[in-house]
Design a protein around this ligand. Sequence first.
Ligand code: IPM
Ligand code: MN
Length: 356
Amino acid sequence: MKARIAVLPGDGIGPEVIAQGIRVLHTLAERFGHEFELTELPFGGAAIEACGDPLPPATLSACREADAVLLGAIGGPKWSGPEARVRPEAGLLKLRAALGAYANLRPVTVHPALADASTLKREVIEGVDLVFVRELTGGIYFGEKRRDAHSASDLCIYTVAEIERIVRTAGALARARRRHLTSIDKSNVLETSRLWREVTTRVMAAEFPDVKLEHQLVDSAAMHLIRRPRDFDVLVTENMFGDILTDEAAMLAGSLGLLPSASLGKGRSGIYEPIHGSAPDIAGRGIANPYGTLYSVALLLRLSLGLPEEAQALEAAIGAAITAGARTADIAVPGTRALSTAEAGAAVLSNLPRRT
Ligand code: IPM
Ligand code: MN
């Protein structure tokens, strides 16, 4: 098949991990007989430097026209002071909103070989297999912001329609998995959460009666996530709770560097990015973990390009590389030599199937 992929390396370790994603895409295209047209575009801090805009119009239009967007990471100390006029993060939020990417899927699984890389006990995390469905284009991230000399406010607002559509995404996903959905809110305090709980209950009862629905308050969910993570299947929650809980959930897998994400809207296209940030502390050293990006590439192949076989081959190759001990510093066994980003990428390439 032919596909156009907009590639946004971004800042910090973004370009380093994206380089491995590009290698893998080229190799898969060759081995499986596809034509992937990859276009690299300026985004984030890098684009602020180049033209003062974290999401230049040419980058946005290329993303709109592409079959999928592959993104590295954005941000850095240079653009993050309280006095910064324009921030890389604004570009990311604008991109998500412009593409209508309201459903952010963040799967968390524990590779058996990495159970000891986690700060949590092996017996707690072994066998974890859950997916977060984070609402991505609403809530406090996008409500009106105000600031005067004495105060500041961020409005958290959700419409019924926004909640309905994300619950449908989560319900359908749960139906295809273990048919258990946990909806996370703060309905003992927030009005938006009371609406969230009401709408979720109604949509699930009417459209997904075969899926078991459970409600949890966000504070308690944060606790249960590390106490009994195996009990979760699909979790649906609003934008900010999802942001916070998925960083926490990454520790189940062993490292933030392992987790992929897919941000989807109405159409087939989507934005694929590792959930980690630009990690300015290790940027430029070639030691970042590329697996979160490579798992994101697998999601891109499956969900936007409709190539499940290729996606599966890539996931298996990452898994095999990890089993064989190909570990970057964040997941390395203490006392052993950690692989560089490029070496980890090469280990995955060497486990991809040959041309059939
Ligand atoms: C994420 C990131 C972003 C978010 C930031 C960079 C705006 O933390 O994708 O989780 O908060 O959504
Ligand atoms: Mn985050």
